[in-house]
Design a protein around this ligand. Structure first.
Ligand code: SAM
Length: 222
């Protein structure tokens, strides 16, 4: 189970979550994640967002995936689920309460799983990744976006002790959870990075694209 404090904080923030500079930041991260997800799998049919918050990323993906059958979001904060449900105009979107560590879906249900800035709050990150692996179809793709940076190493002896907050730890945990193809992409500034992971021993390497918008001079924005 996640730390109750983390979930209570998100629950209290749900109504204004997409507003202000922080809301803009989360939407920017979600937009870039959508770009990355669709580069890895251009036509997913069944999608899951773990720690979906207000559902902005799934709404975005619904608009870009006309052939998707179902887009499912899960989050332990009741108000996040309420706001996500209220904001969903597309019949294919469904939101419910739950945690990464115990996903309430049968094995091999989804072909694409996304998760943005939620992983840091999972109380058992390995259990959550194992669950993602379990509910992912063979050759399905997981896009995990989180704070992953060597700059965060000092926090690993403080409040975030034991968390996977560097790429090295992230890769190790993904492999331990059964993912065998892992590729990293810069997503936002230096600290927010995305990892694309798949399983099933395929030979095709996952294409690592740069999801950041170009500044116009050919170099990506941060
Ligand atoms: C920073 S918010 C991100 C929300 C959304 N993904 C976004 O990018 O805007 C983190 C979310 O993770 C959820 N969360 C916390 N613990 C979780 C867990 N164990 N499993 C799944 N989600 C969790 C919180 O309730 C919160 O909505």
């Amino acid at each position: 189970m996640p730390a109750a404090r983390d979930v209570a904080d998100f629950d209290a923030r749900a109504t204004g979550y997409e507003a202000g500079w922080l809301g803009r930041l989360h939407r920017e991260i979600a937009d870039r994640t959508a770009r990355l997800a669709l580069a890895a799998d251009p036509a997913p049919r069944r999608l899951l967002d773990v720690g979906c918050g207000t559902g902005y990323l799934l709404r975005t993906l619904a608009g870009r995936c006309p052939d998707a059958e179902e887009l499912v979001g899960i989050d332990p904060a009741p108000s996040m689920v309420e706001v996500a449900t209220r904001s969903a105009a597309d019949q294919r979107l469904r939101f419910s309460r739950g945690v990464a560590e115990q996903l309430p879906y049968p094995d091999a249900t989804f072909d694409l799983i996304v998760s943005t800035t939620s992983f840091d709050h999972w109380s058992d990150q390995l259990a959550g990744l194992r669950e993602c692996r379990r509910v992912l179809q063979p050759h399905g793709t997981l896009i995990l976006v989180n704070q992953f940076s060597l700059w965060l190493t000092p926090t690993l002896v403080g409040s975030r002790r034991g968390k996977s907050r560097t790429k090295r730890r992230g890769t190790r945990l993904l492999r331990a959870a059964g993912f065998d193809r892992v590729a990293w992409s810069a997503l936002h500034a230096v600290i927010i990075n995305a990892v694309t992971a798949a399983s099933g021993g395929g030979h095709t390497p996952i294409l690592a694209v740069d999801p950041r918008p170009s500044r116009g001079d050919g170099r990506p924005a941060t």
